[in-house]
Design a protein. Structure first.
Length: 137
């Protein structure tokens, strides 16, 4: 666990830095693709989001949500990612949707820096955003 100070600009700068963002998303994708078949299945994506604070932060989901609602929620997330509706999420679809989510988070954060407690996750995109910001100063 680490605490990072982050604001909307930090996140937006990261998303707009093509090299850094693509690298971050690719690493995350590779870590989530548990069976290494090059695409994310419904359950792989769900496992990912269950372990990520990103979605809780973004959508305000809390742990008390009933299981059937959670399943419906994760299904709706999967459908969002699966742009061509072929039942799997490929690298390009993942990249595009993560970009939207990160920009939405950036908008939500605005210009007020907040401190976030991040799980020890080397693939956390918010952590990478904070690292990129730190590397500039
Ligand atoms: Ca897979
Ligand atoms: Ca797809």
């Amino acid at each position: 666990m680490g605490v990072v100070i982050i604001d909307g600009t930090t996140v937006r700068d990261f998303v707009n830095d093509d090299d850094a963002f693509t690298k971050g998303v690719d690493e995350q994708f590779a870590a989530l693709d548990l069976n290494n078949d090059g695409v994310l299945s419904r359950s792989e994506l769900r496992t990912a989001f269950e372990s990520m604070r990103l979605i809780e932060t973004h959508f305000g989901i809390d742990v008390a949500t009933p299981p059937d609602q959670l399943t419906a929620f994760y299904d709706s997330i999967f459908d969002k990612f699966d742009g061509d509706q072929n039942g799997t999420v490929d690298r390009r679809e993942f990249h595009e949707e993560m970009k939207k989510i990160m920009l939405a988070i950036a908008d939500g954060l605005g210009s007020f820096p907040i401190s976030m407690v991040l799980e020890d996750d080397p693939n956390s995109l918010l952590q990478k955003a904070a690292d990129l910001e730190a590397s500039k100063t």
